[in-house]
Design a protein around this ligand. Structure first.
Ligand code: FMN
Length: 208
């Protein structure tokens, strides 16, 4: 399905900042798949960005964001600018890495507002980190970014993708498609409606 009008913009977020992380391989793979589908991708590697442990969410600086750090303001602007999110998350203790939660909590629901998320999870074990996706559904739901139903879960990630993001297991190339198809559909639908009717500002906990 082609996107309507200009390219759909997606923010790809990699949650793990761990030394020796597997997640970077997964993010490289997903980035390539998004670009193949003609998404315009902005990639947030929280490690490369040196994203700080945030002591104050950006919206707590008030509607004018007076005194908010410039790096957080720049991120908030980009979050507002995209049409969809793809979140690559490992499973840490049946949930998501603290680095990812720290990032997500830094911005208000109004910035993620009514733009869909697609989830990619992974682990070194047999279950593909699926518990992290159930945590993310709740978190992103509260942030007004509902997740599409299909998830890409990658078990035994250490054997699934090489350092360049190329799948060792060829099946991954098609296993990612259902999530991406749903995301594209939802992103187009919400973008068109947003352009036509704007956002229901009164619905946000922290304002639009
Ligand atoms: C703090 C921590 C908690 C973990 N908890 C789980 C878990 O609950 N379930 C699981 O399947 N794997 C768990 N693992 C293993 C991870 O799935 C595996 O290490 C994976 O590679 C982590 O992603 P990363 O390498 O990108 O950081 C855990 C790893 C860490 C570091």
């Amino acid at each position: 399905m082609a996107s309507i009008g200009s390219k759909l913009k997606v923010l790809l977020i990699l949650g793990s900042i761990r030394d020796g992380r597997q997640g970077i391989k997964v993010a490289k793979f997903v980035r390539k798949k998004l670009e193949e589908r003609n998404f315009e991708v902005t990639f947030y590697d929280l490690l490369a960005m040196n994203f700080p442990m945030v002591k104050q969410p950006v919206h707590f600086y008030g509607p004018k964001r007076t005194g908010a750090p410039q790096n957080l303001l720049d991120c908030e602007k980009q979050i507002r600018d995209v049409d969809a999110f793809v979140i690559v998350s490992a499973e840490y203790n049946n949930s998501i890495p603290a680095s990812l939660k720290n990032f997500l909590d830094t911005f208000p629901d109004g910035s993620y507002g009514f733009k869909p998320s697609g989830l990619v999870c992974y682990s070194m074990g047999p279950y593909g980190g699926y518990c992290s996706s159930t945590s993310l559904r709740t978190i992103m739901g509260v942030l007004a970014s509902p997740c599409v139903s299909r998830v890409l879960a990658i078990p035994f990630v250490q054997d699934a993708i090489d350092e360049d993001g190329k799948p060792i297991n060829e099946k991954l190339n098609s296993e990612v498609d259902p999530m991406l198809q749903q995301l594209e559909w939802m992103a187009n639908a919400t973008k068109n409606h947003r352009l036509k009717d704007g956002l229901p500002t009164s619905s946000f906990m922290f304002g639009s």
